[in-house]
Design a protein around this ligand. Structure first.
Ligand code: ADP
Ligand code: ZN
Length: 432
């Protein structure tokens, strides 16, 4: 099923007409109402009237994280506080809190867009959805809640915490849909196995995962252990939270709600706009947000856009699964390394568990990368020879994938701290 076929399956010409119309409105709006943008536009020598075609978006200046933190807390709001009915803030994975606001209409739009995304994933009003995202300033809990409610699913607003009770609810209430970060989904399945729960007997059928990167292999692991289909959805606080993009049943990239968020991919070093199929940094312009419009926001997330038709019938442009955050990219001895590359290696190596951390240190000018990974419980025999072999295999595979050598440290099962939110993979101890 498609939630809003009129928009999601629209012809390219119609989509572009809507995008242009909305872009012009947004640009006028921020120019009139947000001093920060007016100043930025003046510096760039661009006026709202200059936006005549969709490509003219490229005349507009970029905005970034700093724009939000420097205007903390409400400086970028385009409406008086009387009309702001909600604030949210980023979970603060990196840097200072970014505060955003919503009008009543923004909340309605948000619900609708998340409804699209959960419908894409195959969720209907027959489902019982357990939301294990935090409810609070983080947009994940409320966002998924609104969308699922709109679709008519039965919601269990479980939030995070008390993992054993979560599993019991899942059994007793017959949960069919799990909303969580991939990390928490893994943590939960471990807890379920510890409790002696046969996960194949649960009613779970779909996972709605997001908020952090998850490699294809990690996704498979989650699907295997939970006996469900895992889907990915993407969003970020700065442009409204979840509901930006989601995976349909074809699972070949995430459909972007591009009638509400105009996507671009740029070369992060030069700002040059890249074409379909080229990897770079995602940039979004919000097209309908009233309270907190945002122009050409640099997300620091690495992906690419795909415009080939999708078998599901939706015509919206898709984005590839996020490879990682530019912030998490490590430069080790001059080579770019993404945690996701290391995750892929770990996930396809037998004997280690999907729990890992990357420790970066430096001695003089030389950087050192140590991959700490847990042994998997079922393979752990404690035989020295086996461990040595495993370490060697991992080292070789990492060297092949990363083109640099990394140290490997095998840890006892369960020694890396589990998270109920986003996993912290990188510990960078270099003095910057
Ligand atoms: P924070 O930057 O503090 O984590 P948010 O909670 O707003 O703030 O999280 C948004 C970020 O989370 C995105 O910019 C992206 O890096 C990451 N993210 C969200 N959804 C996904 C996803 N499906 N895949 C990969 N990364 C994601
Ligand atoms: Zn599709």
């Amino acid at each position: 099923m498609v939630w809003e076929p009129h928009y999601e399956c629209m012809s390219r010409e119609d989509m572009q007409a809507i995008q242009l119309d909305r872009l012009q409105t947004v640009v006028h709006n921020v120019y009139e109402k947000v001093p920060f943008y007016r100043k930025l536009f003046v510096e760039q020598g661009v006026k709202p009237q200059d936006i005549k075609r969709l490509e003219d978006v490229q005349k507009l200046p970029f905005s970034g994280k700093e724009a939000i933190t420097e205007n903390y807390p409400f400086g970028l709001f385009a409406m008086p506080m009387k009309q702001i009915v909600r604030v949210h803030a980023s979970s603060g994975t990196t840097g200072r809190q970014k505060v955003v606001g919503y009008s009543k209409r923004d909340i309605r739009t948000w619900s609708n867009l998340v409804a699209r995304v959960v419908t894409m994933a195959g969720v209907t009003d027959e489902d019982i959805a357990q939301i294990c995202f935090g409810y609070g300033l983080f947009t994940g809990g409320f966002g998924l809640h609104y969308g699922l409610e709109k679709v008519g699913a039965t919601i269990i607003p479980a939030s995070t915490g008390n993992t054993e009770r979560q599993i019991t609810m899942m059994q007793d209430f017959g949960t069919t849909v799990l909303v969580a970060t991939p990390s928490y989904a893994l943590y939960m399945v471990e807890a379920a196995e510890d409790m002696g729960v046969d996960t194949s007997k649960l009613n779970l059928r779909v996972g709605l995962f997001g908020a952090e990167p998850c490699t294809e292999n990690m996704k498979k692991e989650i699907e295997r252990r939970w006996y469900m289909r895992a889907t990915d959805n993407y969003g970020l606080t700065e442009i409204g939270g979840p509901g930006v993009a989601g995976e349909c049943e074809c699972a070949d990239g995430l459909h972007i709600n591009e009638d509400h968020f105009y996507p671009e991919v740029i070369n992060p070093d030069t700002g040059e706009v890249l074409g379909y199929g080229e990897q770079g940094e995602l940039v979004f312009t919000s097209l309908t947000r009233e309270a907190f419009p945002i122009v050409r926001y640099r997300t620091r997330d690495i992906s690419m856009l795909i415009n080939e038709p999708c078998a599901c019938g939706r015509t919206t442009v898709r984005m590839k699964k996020i490879t990682g955050r530019a912030d998490d990219m490590l430069i080790i001895r001059g080579v770019n390394v993404y945690p996701s590359q290391i995750e892929s290696v770990i996930m396809e190596t037998e004997g280690v568990a999907p729990h890992y951390q990357l420790i970066v240190t430096s001695k003089g000018y030389l950087d050192d990368l140590e991959v700490q990974v847990e042994l998997s419980g079922d393979h752990f025999t404690g035989k020295f020879k086996e461990l040595e072999e495993l370490e060697k295999t991992l080292k070789q595979k990492l060297q092949r994938v990363l083109s640099i050598s990394a140290k490997v440290k095998l840890l006892e099962p369960r020694s890396i701290e589990r998270t109920m939110g986003k996993a912290k993979r990188v510990i960078d101890l270099r003095n910057k």
